[in-house]
Design a protein around this ligand. Structure first.
Ligand SMILES: Cc1cc2nc3c(=O)[nH]c(=O)nc-3n(C[C@H](O)[C@H](O)[C@H](O)COP(=O)(O)OP(=O)(O)OC[C@H]3O[C@@H](n4cnc5c(N)ncnc54)[C@H](O)[C@@H]3O)c2cc1C
Length: 386
């Protein structure tokens, strides 16, 4: 920070999570000039990315999220082969358990949409669920949907991987450098940024500050509807009956989910969705809501001991879809508000933002994710938010 901080850059990326690191790599690799990544933390991936469960899936209810996954998941799967940097990936599927008849109709219509876009997804009877992941209590289930090509990858390794590639391609990282404002001149044009280490002039800025993006956008007079919602994750030690497969199992009614992690499981659940930046683990929620639900869904967990717990922030937009594209200030781009799905969509969004800035044809049409949609009031929400 301070003396080493470049005073100018062609593009500054605010935030070194999965999204910012992917943006930086794709910009630098595309020859976008001097690329500078700023983050207030002392390492990359310390925001929501560092709290994330690492799941990727094509089972969404909105076309744009499915198309994002179809472009992004292959980038995750092929990362090691393509770039020679190891990233642990398991492709044991995502299994949504549904116990409510009305919700089941919604799942079946999502399956229709997914299949119409070429996604492989299976509709399972309760009996088949027990065969796939022995131990699940299938009583009361109406059915389940299973995406065999969905899976889990290591968020820290993928983020570090993109940061390494970005540096190799010439991008500069200034960590421990909080951005305090996005600077706009009297005519409304972007001039650069103010940071704790001084000003940085730039003709383009990408705001990839996750749950914290709203406050930064406000400094440029832009209202960004992104709210921080804490979500807790718990890991267990080994226990009898721990699942063999790493299938990510989700109880749709409660949003409780788990997958094998080490000798035990990693699990989480949506709670009361309070809007706060406070990520202190709510022990009452863990002990009185999450653990009882865990045991109801997967009874072998009754024998499991808690190994670790943490909380991180979902970055919720009103329609649970990200905001990606140009901001109302020329030269400012937004890639934030992934509403709990940014790990899996970070790779392709980084690529598309870089394509937009360098004037290349976009790999995926992300016009549905523009900030302008909130002005029209014509919103279709993503329904499969875990
Ligand atoms: C418990 C949990 C489980 C999750 N599970 C999944 C999952 O299974 N699959 C999935 O796809 N997604 C999952 N997510 C969501 C995913 O983690 C996020 O969507 C994703 O990490 C967002 O990445 P990002 O780069 O946009 O934000 P972040 O990772 O939050 O990065 C933003 C960065 O901006 C920096 N920053 C903020 N303000 C400033 C400032 N003023 N100056 C400088 N730097 C600043 C922060 O330090 C941070 O490093 C999960 C999230 C949580 C909390």
């Amino acid at each position: 920070m301070g003396d080493d901080l470049p005073r100018t850059a062609d593009v500054v990326v605010i935030g070194a999570g999965i999204v910012g690191c992917s943006v930086a790599f794709h910009l630098a690799a595309a020859g976008a000039g001097a690329v500078l990544v700023l983050d207030r933390e002392d390492a990359v991936g310390r925001g929501s990315t560092g709290a994330c469960a690492g799941g990727f899936r094509q089972q969404f209810t909105s076309e744009v999220n499915i198309r994002l996954s179809q472009a992004s998941v292959p980038m995750i799967l092929r990362f090691t082969e393509e770039h020679g940097i190891p990233v642990d990936v398991s492709q044991d599927g995502y299994l949504f358990l549904v116990s409510d008849a009305a919700a089941w109709a919604g799942f079946l219509s999502a399956v229709e949409l997914q299949r119409s876009l070429g996604v492989e997804v299976e509709v399972l009877e309760p009996g088949a669920v027990g065969a796939l992941v022995p131990g699940i209590d299938t009583r009361g289930l109406v059915g389940a949907t299973f995406g065999p090509n969905d899976g889990i990858a290591d968020p820290a390794a993928l983020t570090q991987g993109y940061a390494t590639l970005a540096r190799r391609a010439g991008a500069n990282f200034a960590l421990e450098t909080p951005v305090t404002a996005i600077e706009v001149d009297r005519s409304g044009a972007l001039t650069g940024l103010r940071t704790s280490g001084g000003a940085v002039a730039a003709s383009a800025v990408v705001l990839a500050a996750g749950a914290w993006s709203g406050a930064l956008a406000a400094t440029a007079g832009i209202e960004l509807p992104i709210e921080p919602v804490p979500r807790v994750v718990v890991t267990t030690g080994a226990f009898p009956g721990a699942p063999q497969r790493r299938t990510l199992v989700i109880d749709a009614a409660s949003s409780f989910y788990f997958h094998r992690e080490g000798d035990g499981v990693l699990m989480g659940m949506g709670g009361h969705d309070a809007t706060t930046f406070d990520t202190t683990v709510d022990e009452r929620f863990v002990n009185e809501e999450l653990v009882p639900r865990a045991v109801a869904v997967f009874p072998p967990l009754a024998e499991a001991g808690i190994h670790s717990r943490w909380a991180g922030l979902y970055e919720m937009t009103p329609d649970r879809l990200p905001i990606v594209g140009p901001a109302p200030v020329d030269g400012l781009w937004i890639a934030a508000g992934f509403s709990g799905h940014g790990f899996q969509h970070g790779p392709i969004v980084g690529k598309v933002i870089a394509e937009s800035i360098t004037g290349a044809t976009a790999s995926v049409d992300l016009s549905a994710l523009s900030l302008r949609r909130f002005g029209t009031g014509d919103l279709t929400s993503e329904g499969h938010v875990v």
